[in-house]
Design a protein around this ligand. Structure first.
Ligand code: ZN
Length: 476
């Protein structure tokens, strides 16, 4: 893509940069964008030929980088059979029950719904962990996902899921797995067709077997890690979402999940795992020492009752911390505003849970000090870009890709705030998206996506839900 657009964003009320410490905020109030990159921040006068974007009463953040999602699940929200189930029961009742019922149109529609919701929350880059790979499939899901992301103009990282063995949770709906050769051949095809190693790539491919150790035996996992490094692509999967991972790996391999991954070559700065809710201090130390990343999914972990990942401890140990919304089948609010709001609250609550009275040796009253809004913004932007290896994305600095979100604080929940910069994270609702720019291109303006008919999308979604319910035998 070419980036001819030049913009002057004028008079922002606050600018958060995604950087650490004093650099986490920039006084601005203006940002210049030329050829898809941030050219200047400061007090700037318009130049000839420049488009001016009025940011009065707006807060500017880097575009969010969502590092774990399953777009196909956007048509599987709130399914009654799974709404009160923990992970194992939910997997059988929802994604594994329904995934074989999807056709190409369902996947395209689900992807569009998820991408639209993400874009309207200010997300500019996402990694989709796509594991809808079944024998004899009549469509190429990867192609559909890349097409839909390109249509909306978002950066898209396809994490190629899949399995070479059947997981018990799949139950009666188990589909035949791929062979390792089929799996690796398809990853190599996707790399040839889509993967761009550039620091501001629009398309990336990642080796992402659905869930070690359930998806592949150890020797296959080792081979995926070897081939990924040969191809120069990253590794991603689910890990330690619940105590079942600990139990199953302990009983089959006599070790912790993280030690198991270490044995298969599945740790390092080119690896990130979703969840990591259940970790021992030794596992956190090993993950940190190897620079492995995490996609923290607080809403899905809360919805499934899995727990709260200790990402503050993970970051202190040296891990790269990022935020993911996870699939809409286990998180009915798939937007980065509600997700980062949840991360902000829950990390504080988690630290507060550890507080003890002083007579029992306690040394703090509560946990409000552990996660500032600037930390949460950094996790959701720069941290995401780091785990994805998109080094020119994720922060508002001169020379970086012009991926940014302008939030207009025109709703009552923001009236009376003493610090406007924190509003999108602390507010607990989605502010109006005044503008979303990706690579300097305008993708959303005043909550509207050009050419998108939301009423039509709603109608299509309702029809697709009826079709899936019929296919599942729940409706005549
Ligand atoms: Zn997931």
């Amino acid at each position: 893509m070419k980036h001819a657009d030049s913009w002057l964003i004028r008079n922002a009320s606050a600018i958060l940069t995604g950087l650490r410490g004093a650099a986490a905020r920039h006084a601005g109030p203006d940002i210049r964008i030329t050829r898809g990159r941030i050219a200047a921040l400061g007090s700037l006068a318009p130049m000839p030929g420049e488009q001016v974007l009025d940011a009065t009463d707006c807060v500017v953040y880097p575009g969010w980088v969502n590092t774990h999602h399953h777009l196909f699940q956007s048509l599987l929200k709130g399914i009654p059979a799974g709404i009160d189930q923990s992970l194992g029961g939910w997997l059988g009742a929802v994604p594994y029950r329904y995934r074989g019922l999807f056709n190409a149109e369902h996947l395209r529609l689900a992807a569009r719904i998820g991408l639209v919701e993400l874009a309207r929350s200010g997300c500019t880059t996402l990694a989709d962990h796509h594991y809808l790979y079944l024998p004899g499939m009549a469509f190429d899901g990867a192609q559909i996902l890349f097409e839909e992301a390109e249509q909306l103009g978002l950066r898209f990282v396809l994490c190629r899921g899949g399995a070479t063995q059947v997981r018990q949770a799949e139950g009666a709906a188990a589909a035949g797995p791929e062979t390792l050769g089929q799996y690796l051949d398809d990853v190599q095809r996707l790399v040839r067709e889509y993967h761009d190693p550039a620091a501001d790539a629009w398309r990336r491919v990642v080796m992402a077997p659905t869930s070690p150790p359930y998806s592949m035996p150890p020797e296959h996992l080792r081979e995926t890690a070897r081939v990924a490094r040969q191809l120069g692509i990253r590794l991603h999967s689910h890990l330690s979402e619940t105590v079942e991972y600990q139990h199953d790996i302990h009983s089959h391999h006599g070790m912790s999940p993280v030690a198991f991954c270490a044995e298969q070559g599945w740790l390092g700065p080119d690896v990130w795992f979703a969840h990591l809710v259940k970790l021992s201090p030794e596992e956190i130390r090993l993950l940190g020492a190897t620079g492995t990343g995490v996609a923290h999914c607080p809403q899905s972990n809360g919805r499934l009752g899995s727990g709260i990942a200790d990402i503050v401890a993970m970051e202190a140990a040296g891990m790269a911390v990022s935020i993911g919304v996870d699939g809409a089948a286990s998180n009915e609010a798939c937007d980065m505003i509600s997700e980062t709001h949840a991360a902000w609250l829950l990390q504080r609550a988690k630290a507060g849970e550890r507080a003890l009275p002083r007579y029992q040796g306690g040394d703090h009253e509560g946990g409000a000090h552990v996660a500032q809004v600037e930390d949460v913004v950094r996790w959701g932007t720069a941290g995401g870009a780091q785990v994805l290896g998109l080094d020119a994305v994720g922060t508002l600095q001169v020379g970086m890709a012009a991926d940014l979100a302008l939030y207009k604080l025109d709703q009552p929940r923001y009236f009376g705030l003493h610090d406007l910069g924190i509003a999108p994270v602390v507010g607990g609702g989605r502010p109006t998206l005044r503008a979303l720019l990706v690579g300097g291109r305008l993708r959303v303006m005043d909550d509207q996506l050009p050419g998108l008919d939301l009423a039509q999308l709603q109608h299509q979604a309702r029809q697709a839900v009826l079709q899936l319910q019929r296919a599942a035998g729940l409706r005549a």
